[in-house]
Design a protein around this ligand. Structure first.
Ligand SMILES: [Zn+2]
Length: 312
C-alpha cells in the first residue's frame, strides 16, 4: 500500500444537510454524497444518517484505501476528544455526543472532529488558497444565516480555551443594539448576516427580502443603495476590529451571502478604506458549500499524519 493510494472521508454535518466526500491525498474530491439531516429525530436520527453516509462512501471507495474519517460538525467541539461540547437546537440532542468515539467504534477507522466553520476554513486554506506550506495567518468569516468565523494559523485552527475562538459573529458592534440569540445585544451577526440583511430589507419595504434589496441596489434604488452601504460599513467595522486584534495575512469571506458578493463587495472595500488607513487583504472564498467536507477530509489527513509522526 503506497501513501498515494490513501484516501480520506470528509463530512460536513449541519442542521440542514450532511455532505460527505471521498478525497485523495492531493485534495481531489472523487465522490460526493448529500443527505438531509433528520433533525426531527434528534441525535439517534442524525447519527443513523451520518453512519449511512459514511458506509455508502466506504462502499464507493472499493479499492481505495480509506485511512481516516474527518467530520466538521455544527456546534462547539473539543477537537482533542472529538466530543460535541455544545450544539444549539439546530441539532437537537447533539450536545455531549462523543462523535469521534462513536464513529471509530462503528467503522474501526480513526475519526477526527472539529467545528464546521473551522473545517471550512481549513478547506479554503488548503484547496482554495492552496497554501500548502502553511505559513499564513488566515481569518475566515462565513456570512450566512449567522456570522461564523475561524482562525487558521500556520495550517492549524486556534481553538481557545473552550473551542470558541474565532466566533466573530458575537463581537459587540453596537452596545445595546439588536438582541442576539447568544444573550448579548448588538453583536456583529445582527448587522452583517443574511438574516440582518433580510431585516434591513423589510424595514425599507415590508414585502422586501435580502434578494429584492440587493437587486434594487444593483438598479440604483437610492434607499437600497444606502441600506447596502450601511450593511457594508457595519461589516467593515467588524473586520477592522478583528484585523487589529489578529493581524492576519488575509481575510477569506465565505458563506451563502458570497453568492451575491458582486453587489456588495465594492461597498465593503470602500468602507474598509474609509474607516481605516491600513490595507486589509480580503478574498472571496473559492470552494462554495464544498469547503466543509474538503476541510473535514484535511482534518483526517492531518490527524493521521500526527498519529503516525510522519509530518509535523
Ligand atoms: Zn451574539
Amino acid at each position: 500500500m503506497t501513501e498515494h493510494s490513501s484516501h480520506f472521508i470528509g463530512v460536513d454535518l449541519g442542521g440542514t444537510s450532511l455532505k460527505g466526500g471521498l478525497l485523495s491525498l492531493d485534495g481531489t474530491v472523487k465522490s460526493e454524497l448529500v443527505k438531509r439531516t433528520p433533525v426531527e429525530e434528534g441525535r439517534e436520527g442524525i447519527l443513523r444518517e451520518l453512519f449511512t453516509l459514511i458506509e455508502e462512501l466506504l462502499e464507493i471507495s472499493v479499492d481505495d484505501h480509506v485511512r481516516a474519517i474527518g467530520i466538521g460538525s455544527a456546534g462547539r467541539i473539543d477537537p482533542v476528544t472529538g466530543t460535541v461540547l455544545y450544539a444549539t437546537d439546530n441539532l437537537p440532542g447533539w450536545t455531549g455526543t462523543p462523535l469521534s468515539e462513536l464513529v471509530e467504534g462503528r467503522f474501526g477507522l480513526p475519526a477526527f472532529v472539529d467545528n464546521d466553520v473551522n473545517a471550512a476554513a481549513i478547506g479554503e486554506t488548503w484547496m482554495g488558497l492552496r497554501d500548502t506550506v502553511f505559513t499564513s495567518s488566515i481569518m475566515f468569516i462565513s456570512l450566512g444565516t449567522g456570522v461564523g468565523g475561524a482562525i487558521v494559523h500556520k495550517g492549524g485552527i486556534i481553538h481557545g480555551a473552550n473551542g470558541g475562538a474565532g466566533e466573530v459573529g458575537h463581537i459587540l458592534l453596537v452596545p445595546g443594539g439588536h438582541p442576539c440569540n447568544c444573550g448579548q445585544n448588538g453583536c456583529l451577526e445582527q448587522y452583517g448576516s443574511g438574516t440582518a440583511l433580510n431585516r434591513i430589507a423589510r424595514n425599507i419595504e415590508p414585502e422586501w427580502n435580502s434578494h429584492i434589496l440587493l437587486k434594487q441596489c444593483t438598479e440604483g434604488e437610492p434607499r437600497a443603495v444606502r441600506a447596502v452601504e450601511g450593511f457594508a460599513a457595519d461589516l467593515a467595522a467588524g473586520i477592522i476590529s478583528i484585523r487589529n486584534m489578529l493581524d492576519p495575512h488575509k481575510f477569506i469571506i465565505g458563506g451563502g451571502l458570497v453568492d451575491s458578493h458582486d453587489v456588495w463587495w465594492g461597498y465593503l472595500r470602500s468602507k474598509l478604506d474609509a474607516l481605516s488607513g491600513q490595507q486589509t487583504m480580503l478574498e472571496v472564498a473559492q470552494l462554495g458549500n464544498r469547503a466543509g467536507l474538503i476541510g473535514a477530509a484535511k482534518l483526517a489527513l492531518d490527524g493521521i499524519a500526527r498519529i503516525s509522526g510522519s509530518w509535523k
